[in-house]
Design a protein. Structure first.
Length: 435
């Protein structure tokens, strides 16, 4: 027994499946709301937007720190390589040579910006950029939730289509067995048996394709949730439950509030930032005033030391004439601001047109959904009746196949109408900023 255990461990090790390498597969059972919340906590794209928010916060602190006291230290050493200094204390007096000894100083400087127009405008611009980063994160959250909803709905839709196809395959397979038995004894022509077999094989192929589509939809959902592809996700909501939560009055009666749309909010911030850039260019014409204090520590003192240990002072830089350079910069900033204003008006028109188009798409999809729901009920009823008549020998196999194809066509059109309606609903809510 011990030998068998050792052989089992060695065999698993060869395939990378040793007990230490095995990873437990995670299984998540999530409703649509739970999937959205899970994605907000684990989606990697949102993690990056949080980094951008934190980066913008540090950028504001950096801008503020530029106007606060700055301290620096400098250590220097000078050797004059044996040179001598010639000194004559008066006319007619003899010249004297004094050797220049090495010297070393440490300078500690404390500086303070007193006034700079760009400093104050820069802080305001950094805070606007911080607001834009926060708004962009909210927009990214909305987009992630939208993608999760679309992926979750797609999984439910493919599951429903797969259920219908598999049920149809089971019914047709049972009918084929009965028909094949009758064909063997000559009661039914072999042509009917062959036609039914072709129809059955086509359905099985459709099932296989739908299973792959379901796997693809599930992988898309896993990617949006931020989980490992090997983990299992089990949707707990059904397609009927999702359809029941659709609020037609809200979707069709609500009007677009531009300031609730994140794209419009970002455009307003961009416009505000462009206006600050004009102020930035005007501030270039203002003086810059700074003050400093310097303390010198004489490490190696020269023979003649005429430099004091402490010094204090200030500097004023006044722009006087730039040959039109600053004026040109102001004009360019003004043009950028006008361009941003024009882009804002263009975005307003685009969002209003988009609202009308999405409402139009949703209305059409909803009407198609209602009609296709009736059609699938009728086609299913017809298909069942034809199947009964076929078993009784009252209709041909061709009639049965035509009825089955009509039913499958109705199913596909019904599923397509659901997908279009759910997509239009999600896009309309996203436009309103209220997923």
């Amino acid at each position: 027994m011990k030998t068998k255990s050792i052989l089992l461990v060695l065999t698993l090790s060869l395939f990378g499946l040793a007990p230490g390498n095995l990873q437990a597969q995670q299984s998540l059972s999530l409703s649509l709301d739970e999937a959205r919340q899970y994605a907000l906590e684990h989606n990697r794209t949102l993690t990056n937007t949080q980094f951008e928010v934190e980066k913008s916060q540090w950028a504001v602190l950096e801008s503020i720190a530029a106007g606060l006291p700055q301290a620096s230290a400098q250590l220097d050493y000078q050797s004059f390589m044996g040179a001598e200094m010639l000194i004559r204390f008066g006319e007619g007096m003899p010249e004297q040579y004094i050797p220049l000894r090495p010297q070393s100083n440490m300078n500690i400087t404390l500086s303070q910006l007193v006034f700079n127009g760009n400093y104050f405008v820069g802080i305001q611009a950094a805070r606007i950029a911080q607001d834009m980063a926060a708004t962009n994160r909210q927009k990214s959250k909305l987009e992630v939730e939208t993608q999760v909803i679309d992926a979750y709905n797609l999984v439910l839709i493919t599951q429903e289509l797969l259920r219908v196809l598999e049920m149809n395959v089971d019914n047709l397979e049972d009918l084929f067995k009965k028909t094949a038995a009758l064909g063997e004894v000559g009661i039914i022509e072999q042509t009917d048996v062959d036609q039914l077999e072709i129809q059955l094989n086509s359905l099985k192929n459709a099932v296989n394709q739908t299973q792959r589509q379901k796997e693809l939809a599930m992988n898309m959902l896993k990617m949006q949730l931020g989980i490992d592809p090997s983990d299992e996700v089990i949707p707990t909501n059904t397609l009927d439950e999702v359809l029941a939560t659709m609020d037609l009055d809200y979707l069709l009666m609500t009007d677009l509030q531009l300031r609730q749309n994140f794209d419009y909010q970002l455009m307003l911030k961009q416009e505000e930032l462009s206006k600050k850039m004009i102020n930035m260019q005007y501030a270039n014409a203002l003086p810059t005033i700074s003050a400093f204090y310097q303390h010198t520590i004489k490490i190696i003192r020269p023979d003649f030391d005429m430099v004091p240990n402490n010094a204090i002072g200030f500097s004023v830089s006044i722009p006087i004439f730039s040959s039109g350079q600053r004026y040109s910069q102001v004009k360019q900033a003004s043009i950028d601001f006008q361009t941003t204003q024009n882009n804002r008006r263009l975005l307003e028109d685009q969002l209003k047109i988009q609202e009308k188009q999405l409402k139009f798409n949703f209305s059409n999809a909803y009407e198609a959904f209602i009609n296709q729901k009736k059609n699938i009920e009728v086609s299913e009823r017809v298909n069942n009746n034809i199947r009964i008549k076929y078993e009784q020998g009252m209709v041909s196999g061709l009639d049965l196949i035509n009825a089955d194809n009509n039913y499958l066509r109705a199913v596909n059109e019904y599923i397509s109408s659901i997908m279009e309606m759910l997509n239009a609903s999600t896009q309309l809510k996203k436009l309103y900023g209220q997923i």
